[in-house]
Design a protein around this ligand. Structure first.
Ligand code: DOR
Ligand code: ZN
Length: 339
């Protein structure tokens, strides 16, 4: 069995910086025609200068003319003129909002949505998409559910703002998505695959630990339902978030699943198992292109049911990072069709 995808996009990707970026960016650029690049560096990407410089470094590290980095600014209170300038920067795509302290490198995030209102109003006027890490500071399993009223508030107060609920993990979030036309959502591969039982139920799997944490089986099923039915406002976003191996296999493991190199093969496995391969193109490209008016470079990817042996780790430039499915054989693999 095989299927061809045109210009797959990863609508939520961490490529980091420096040596780590040199290692991981080409692994995304290999099969994806573009990706939304997260701004949670240390310090975060918060102004024209750092955005331009980071965009150039990402382009350079990806080293692929048919890979479009869609750059984001880290949310802070921006003036309207800051945002007007951002819109002129080639590759600028959106602003990413993190509640302060909810995840990796988010300390400079938002303390209160009320104080963010003027910036959100300007974004709405200038038609700049808002991407949201939707978690509270509550009990770990309840954090996404506790944030849902904030999504409702944003969707109602800013009806023209295009708001993306990033990496949703619950059936409750899927319901809120359907309440408002100006909400969209991304879903990761790992949240389609795993529940908290896989992360903790047998042995503790640090490489599956991420934020938001994987939830219950009924949540995973609700996410599958959205992806497999090609819900028109749902897009693939890997949230591939590499950390050095020693930062995952340690006492205080960092949150993040490094899925970029196996993302399309993993999705093919899931969509094939559910006889929904015909819906994959919408999930990995068409919905995003329609929602945001994107025109990614042409890249043709062949997915075939020949097994892929996933390496135990990827090592170069003095970095070592462990991918999702490390050491396993998965039943599908990806290759590029050269025109
Ligand atoms: O697991 C995660 N890792 N979730 C996030 O929101 C951030 C990411 C990271 O940057 O490592
Ligand atoms: Zn992320």
């Amino acid at each position: 069995m095989e299927i061809t995808l045109t210009s797959p996009l990863d609508m939520h990707l961490h490529v980091r910086d420096g040596e780590m970026m040199r290692l991981v960016a080409p692994l995304s650029a290999q099969y994806f025609a573009g990706a939304v690049i997260m701004p949670n560096l240390v310090p975060p990407v918060v102004d024209e200068q750092s955005l331009r410089a980071y965009a150039a470094r990402v382009k350079n590290a990806a080293d692929d003319a048919s890979f479009l980095p869609l750059m984001t600014l880290f949310f802070r209170n921006y003036s309207e003129s800051d945002l007007r300038v951002a819109k002129t920067i080639p590759g600028f795509f959106a602003v990413k909002l993190y509640p302060a302290g909810v995840t990796t490198n988010s300390d400079m995030g938002v303390q209160s949505l009320r104080t963010a209102e003027p910036t959100l109003r300007s974004m709405e006027e200038l038609d700049i998409p808002l991407l949201v890490h939707g978690e509270s500071h509550g009990f770990v399993m309840d954090r996404e559910a506790e944030f849902l009223p904030a999504y409702r508030y944003l969707a109602e107060q800013f009806p023209k703002l295009r708001i993306c609920m990033e990496h949703i993990t619950t059936a409750a979030a899927a319901h809120v998505l359907d309440e408002y036309e100006n909400l969209s959502a991304t879903i990761t591969l790992h949240h389609l695959e795993f529940t908290l039982d896989d992360v903790l139920g047998t042995a503790m799997k640090p490489h599956l630990f991420c934020k938001p944490i994987a939830k219950r089986e009924e949540d995973r099923e609700a996410l599958l339902q959205l992806a497999l039915s090609a819900h028109p406002r749902v897009m693939f976003g890997s949230d591939s978030a590499p950390h050095p191996q020693h930062r995952k296999e340690c006492y205080d493991c960092s949150a993040g699943v490094f899925s970029a190199p196996v993302a399309l093969a993993g999705l093919a496995k899931i969509f094939a198992r559910h006889r929904a391969l015909d819906k994959l193109q919408a999930f990995v490209c068409d919905n995003a292109c329609r929602l945001y008016g994107l025109h990614p470079p042409t890249k043709t990817v062949l997915l075939r049911d020949t097994p892929l042996h996933v390496p135990m780790q990827y090592c170069s430039y003095g970095q070592s990072v462990v991918p999702l499915y490390a050491g396993e054989q998965i039943p599908w693999s990806a290759s590029i069709v050269r025109e």
